[in-house]
Design a protein around this ligand. Sequence first.
Ligand SMILES: [Zn+2]
Length: 186
Amino acid sequence: MDRMHDVPPAGNDTVTAAWQDVISAVRSQPRSQDRVRTYPALTVWQPWVWAILHGKDVENRPWAPARPPGTVVLHAGARQDTEAVPVLEDIVGGPLPRSAFTTGLLALVDITEIHHASDCRPHGYCSPWAASSGYHWTLNAPRALPTPIPARGRQRLWHLTIDQHASVQTQLDTVRPLSPPHGPGA
Ligand SMILES: [Zn+2]
């Protein structure tokens, strides 16, 4: 329908005032650049989120985004990588926590550098955690959220809903970086 035909005739003040309300309501709608930009999130299976919070400083992925995403919210997936548990227990020299949090937003980490394994340092890899293929996502300043936020995960990098973003934001003031990263050989 052609909206122009809905414009009331001049001279009818009541209708004109109502129409002005409609116009200002429409104009006050957020434009695209006003939309809230929420954190990107990355779903990682436990116990790997735990490992990242305890010094794993590279995330190995077969793919990479067009540019490093910056601060990312780490989401612990519903599934767990049970085969990784004995590997990690070997590395840390003791049992892992028995009940790792799953299916929710757990931490923040900064990802400002991503490179392919073939572009890694010529003599040895950038981290003891780096795989011999795929992309190395360099992880910095992991910090756990004081209160994990239940949420379903998704593939690749995904964006938080505005509600999830707000829940993370309210916790940010109390988030502190954990101890500096150290590799499995350290
Ligand atoms: Zn590397």
